[in-house]
Structures are given as C-alpha cells and as structure tokens.
Design a protein around this ligand. Sequence first.
Ligand code: ADP
Ligand code: MG
Length: 489
Amino acid sequence: MTSITAGISDKYELVVGLEVHAQLSTLSKIFSSDSAAFGGGPNEHISAISLGHPGTLPRLNKKAVEYAVKMGLACNCTINLRNTFARKNYFYADLPKGYQITQDHMPICLGGSVLVRLTDGSTKNIAIHHIHLEEDAGKSMHDQHHADSLIDLNRAGVPLIEIVTEPDMRSAEEAGQFLTEIRKLVRYLDVCDGNMEEGSLRCDANISVRLKGATAYGNRCEVKNLNSIRNVQRAIEHEFERQINVIEAGGHIDQNTLNFNADTGETSVLRSKEMANDYRYFPEPDLTPLALTKEYVNTIQSAMPVLPNALYDKYTDQLGLSEYDAGVITADKDVALYFEALIANTENSKAAANWLMGSVKSYLNDSNTSITDFKLKPETLAGLIKLVDSGKVNNTVASQKLFPELVKNSDKTAAGLAAELNLLITSDNNDVSRFIQDAIAKYPDKVIEYQKGKKGVLGLFMGEIMKSSKGKIDPQKTNQLLIKELESK
Ligand code: ADP
Ligand code: MG
C-alpha cells in the first residue's frame, strides 16, 4: 500500500470504538457445572448442557454475575437491577446448540467510563456504552488434522463479559491505553487473568475516519479477534491509512468485518455487510430475568479491592511520588500490593519506590522471577531502608552488598545481617579521621591544589576514603570532617 502524506492524513480524524471480551475466572461455566478451566484434554470439560442436548436447562452461575457487577462498578457503570438474557441465533460448528445465550436490550451494566492516561500527560475519560454477560463458544481447530477440522467444546459455555465502548477513541494510543486499563482492572478485581495471548482477553476494534470538523461519523469497519494490545494499535494505524486512501481516491468505505494479519500488518475482508448475519435475537425462554437488589450491589461495592487509579492518586497526591513512579508501581497489581505493604512499614515512601523500582526490579529481571515469588518480605526491606535513613549503612553498600545478601538470607533482618557482615558505618570519629589522614597523606599535591581553591579534589579524597573504609562511613559527616582537616593544613 502506498503510504499517505502527512498533509492528507492531517485532514482526517480517526474514530475508534472497542468491544472487549473478558473470560471470567470462575471455576465452572456460566450455565452448567462443567469446569471453566483453560486447557484440559479436548472435550473433557463438557456435559449435555455445553453440547446443547435437547431438554437441558441452563442455570446461571452466581459468581459470574458477581464478577460482572464488580467490573461494572470499577468502570463507573450503572448496575441494571433487572436484566435479561437473549438468544443470538447462528449456526457454527463450535456452537452445537445453534444459539449463544447473551444479553441484548437489557445488559447487566449501563453507561460508565474508564480514565486513561496519555504520554503527553493528559487524561481522558472513555465512555462505556454497556457491559453484558454471555457464554463463550467452543473452538474449531483447522490445523491439527490433514483433512478434517477438529472441534473442542471445553470453552463452550465459559462465562464472558463484553465491554462495549462508545466511539470515543481518537488515536491508536488511546485505544492501547484503554485496553491496558481494562486489563489492569480485571486483574486488580481478580475476575479475569487478562491474558491476551491465551485469549482470556480479546478485542474487536471498530474503526472509521471522517474529515476533521465533521459531525457525523464515517462508515466503520470492524477488525475481529485481535490478540495483543500492539496488534490492536497496528490494525488501527493500518485502517486509518487504508480508509483515507480509499476516500481520497473517490471511493467509499463499506461496513465490513475484517481480519488482521499480524505478519503483514494488513487487514482483509472476512465478511461484507451483505453477508452479515441476522441473529434474530429473542428473549431466552429458559432463563428468568435476573433481578438484583440494591443491597446486593452495595455489598459488592463495599468489598471492592483498591483500584489502580485510587492508588495512583494516593501516591501522587499524598505520598508525593512522581507520576512516572506512580504509573510504574500501579501498572501491576502484585507490585502495587508489595508497595502497599512496604509503605505500611516505612514512612520513607520515596525510598520505598526507589528500592522497588531499582534493586528489587533488577533482581527480579535478572533472576527471571516475579514479585509474588520474591522472598524478601516488605518488613525486611523496610528495615533496610530504616538502616540507611538512620545513617547506619550507606546507600551504596546497602544496595550493592547488603541487599543481595539479604535476598539470599531472607529470614534475617537488615540490621542483624549488616552487623554480621561488618557493613555498619563506624560511628567512631577516630576511625573516620584515620581514613581521612591516610587519604591526605596519599595525595599531598592534591592538598595543595585544594588550598589553591580547586574544591573539586574533594571528590577524589572522598572516593579514596570510601574505598579504604569499604563504604562504612557516613558520607556527610566524613565530608565535613575532611573539609575541616584540609582547611587546617
Ligand atoms: P452494532 O449494534 O452493529 O454492534 P454498535 O452501535 O453496538 O453496533 O457499535 C459497536 C461498536 O462500534 C461500539 O464499540 C461503537 O462504539 C463502535 N462504533 C459505532 N459506530 C462507529 C463508528 N462510526 N466508528 C467507529 N466505531 C464505531
Ligand atoms: Mg456489536
């Protein structure tokens, strides 16, 4: 494809609305007691209900309802106290019943919004149209047998929520940030593992373009089954260019469903509007409307875990951390929980953030482990911070010597191990002055330079003292003593 010049694409505005499917991490399926676990041998997690045998009846999984309400509350939605299920009829080999139970006119959550943060420092609220509950279909596999397609119905009936946004996003970055936020939320809430590669979180992107200033939306295309945030962004960028090219060439955008090829970065038509399904939705006759009470919703609301945005605000407003630090710490729920435990044990939140994002993160990277497997308890790390703050161990010694030893001996305290390894700063002024004398004796010419006004040589003396004392001195105090010594010469 020929790429368009900036001048032309500048005339256009991108418009994106996302439909995000999240597999709920319940133990059993949404309408039966079959296991909802990922994996298992083909067709092991099935029963007459997932096979769609006549005469079977669905029974709604309470946990799935609770998870949908949690996500709705986290997205500032209104919980629809009376919501209903509908049948969406279509035939496909991985849907033996011939219909999917979903929600149509009366979904469980209405409205709402999700705040996203953009790299230019601005924030934006992306409006949610609704969130509905539905069942997943099975899986057709076309590459496992030379002639036949194989069907695995383990996934048939696994609970899903579908989060449908308004066409509110105006860039691939906004779409990527929205998905990042949704993935964070489902993980903080523990309602879905958020794994896009395994398909627990899937996204369809609706994309259109219009001339800047236009009030009506252009025709949209829907790109199906994007399996990473990066690919969602690539598909959006590709469609933006493609649609502008079509329009600039005098053509017109057909409302098609598209596939995205991750190898080429291009989209192709999956089905055109003429071939679009008519799902003939009708109310699901085998399920009564779902009636929730205000008390039920309040109970869930009062048990909500702390969410990333609230933590972000707390870290930036109350603890004085930078937006960058707050963003990195809240990006991962387990890192945030560790940090929460850490600051419960130390007042020095800035040092806590530095340790977590510095030494701890490097250690986890180097040892290829995650924070949940990290042996060092937050209390112990807080002890190390305290040791540095009280001037008993200097920062370099703490991070280079004490920290790695502490990780290996995670049952010991920082203070105990520092004493054991002889890393404590000497509080004896005689000791410090011996190191100072030695350094001065070693570089008599530098002493003269200092006296002639070249204050920069202080660094050299301090380096020498650090080396000979193995870092076991209080740098500030030593610096003062050193100056006094040099000036009295
Ligand atoms: P349908 O009922 O055909 O599925 P919806 O109106 O429910 O269509 O919209 C589905 C998704 O498409 C929503 O996420 C919505 O924000 C998005 N969408 C609708 N119109 C446009 C458009 N012109 N450009 C981009 N996205 C759009
Ligand atoms: Mg739709």
